[in-house]
Design a protein around this ligand. Structure first.
Ligand SMILES: [Zn+2]
Length: 379
């Protein structure tokens, strides 16, 4: 494998709309494509084996086998579903959902894509993992019931760690080195709710910035949360996005609903957005995108937290304006009815981006996230 530094970010790839897969369109050939899987495993030290040959053309479905030797299954493994679709020349997109197991739009949208995409529609390679932390997703939990691991806080992982750390290591050292682009789909999970929101960095350098703006425009979600720091190859983030950044992969995330439910219109926007992104990357040339609706760029100020235990009554809704000093919610104490509710005061001025979905709160729970219109990279 060439050193990471040789994997250039190709801004020309993402904005070019192809009409086919000409052999000459091979912007990323040589970037980790020719290495057999067994060699990759040997080099990275992962104990996870893939049933899917990522080098093979066509559509292939199987499991990453995460070794898990337990009382009831001495030689057993935990199955992480994976589908690879490859055709012709073009970039590699790694598409992940179920990084948190209680976030569902991504799990459905990626599964639908895995079934619906025919190899001859694709230029390049799409690697789809709808349940990246499969034990957590099986259980419908944010964290793994096997080892308690929060996958999106464990990158770069540990090849010899617990199952969640092993998956994290596989993402960091096997999947991201193959990728040119990565999209990690999240939602607010069980405890929060987000409107459809793309998350991205500002980009390090003009090429990456152009590529990120291209992906944002293609995904066409109502909001974008733009990080004003971090990212790049020096990223220390313990997230899938951090892993992508460390490997020079152009990467976005999305927050898509939450509250432990699937919202049909958010799912539809997710599926539309993924196809539009594939098209914008030149990987789904025959798709005809509809008119973009536009994205409001935001920078997040921070979260507002409960400092008391009780029942949370929101006084603001997603999208509402908030002024510093506003009372944005109350915490009620029905076990002591005569006790006045505790007022929650916003330390920020902005708009409500995300709201807690569960009424019960204890001290330390985030109840709102407040953002403001972006003043980042649009100059
Ligand atoms: Zn998440």
């Amino acid at each position: 494998m060439p050193p990471l530094a040789q994997k250039a970010i190709r801004a020309d790839v993402h904005l070019e709309i192809l009409t086919g897969c000409p052999a000459s369109h091979s912007p990323n050939l040589g970037f980790g494509r020719s290495k057999p899987e067994w060699e990759s495993d040997t080099m990275t030290g992962t104990l996870i084996t893939s049933e899917v040959d990522f080098e093979a053309a066509g559509k292939h479905s199987g499991f990453l086998r995460v070794p898990h030797s337990v009382h009831r299954s001495a030689y057993g493994w935990l199955p992480v579903p994976v589908v690879s679709i490859r055709n012709g020349d073009g970039p590699t997109l790694v598409l992940t959902g179920g990084t948190h197991g209680d976030e569902y739009e991504g799990q459905i949208a990626i599964s639908n894509l895995a079934r619906d995409l025919a190899p001859d529609e694709i230029c390049g390679r799409v690697i789809l993992l709808p349940m990246l932390n499969a034990p957590a997703a099986e259980a419908g939990l944010r964290t793994s019931p096997v080892d308690g691991g929060n996958l999106n806080r464990l990158l770069p992982g540990d090849a010899r760690g617990g199952p969640t750390e092993m998956i994290a290591h596989y993402v960091e050292d096997v999947l991201m080195p193959m990728a040119d682009y990565a999209v990690d789909l999240h939602s607010g999970g069980s405890s929060l709710f987000y409107p459809p929101t793309l998350l991205r960095g500002e980009g390090h350098g003009a090429d990456e910035r152009a590529a990120l703006l291209g992906m944002q425009a293609a995904f066409d979600l109502p909001f974008a949360w733009v990080f004003t720091s971090g990212g790049g190859r020096q990223s220390t983030a313990r997230t899938v996005m951090g892993a992508a950044n460390r490997h020079g992969v152009v990467t976005v995330m999305a927050e898509l609903g939450g509250a432990g439910v699937v919202t049909p219109d958010i799912l539809a926007r997710t599926e539309r957005g993924l196809r539009r992104v594939l098209h914008a990357l030149g990987m789904l040339p025959d798709y005809v995108p509809d008119q973009a609706q536009g994205t409001r760029e935001l920078n997040v100020h921070g979260s507002i937290y409960a400092y008391d235990k009780g029942v949370f009554e929101p006084l603001k809704a997603i999208g509402d304006d908030v002024m510093e000093g506003d009372i944005v919610g109350r915490i009620h104490h029905p076990q002591t009815p005569v006790m006045a509710p505790t007022e929650i005061v916003s330390p920020y001025t902005g708009i409500v981006l995300c709201q807690r979905a569960l009424a019960q709160v204890v001290r330390g729970d985030a109840v709102f996230q407040i953002a403001a219109d972006g003043k980042s990279d649009q100059s």
